[in-house]
Design a protein around this ligand. Sequence first.
Ligand SMILES: [Zn+2]
Ligand SMILES: [Zn+2]
Length: 137
Amino acid sequence: MGIRNCKKCNRIFADDNFDLCPICRNGDLEEFKIVKDYLYDHPGADIQTVSEVTGVDTKKILKFLREGKLEIRDDSPNLLLDCERCGAPINTGRFCSKCVNEMEREFKSAISGNASSTKKDLGKNSDKMYIAERHKR
Ligand SMILES: [Zn+2]
Ligand SMILES: [Zn+2]
């Protein structure tokens, strides 16, 4: 097993596919638990209050939200996040549901748009070539 440097504290630790050492990861987990517990008891509390009460940095709380670890209740008046695409207030994650839908549609139409053209055939051919090449070796 290799070793790597913790991105946060630079401690060397056994590489287990994380950027942070177990100590820093635990710190994050602890803070996440504190915030989560507080929000469980005080749903809809705004981020400033949560930060003051729990002692967890607002940036970190926002990070939890961005990662979708925390979710603000739909009935909460405190929408803390903006959709990264259209700027609409959202509860969790990075995009509002409208943009998620739109992006999914665009993504699908991009695929099916290509499928009708020669690109699909090219894809097929390159697949075959790739397989043939591997056989030769
Ligand atoms: Zn660390
Ligand atoms: Zn949006």
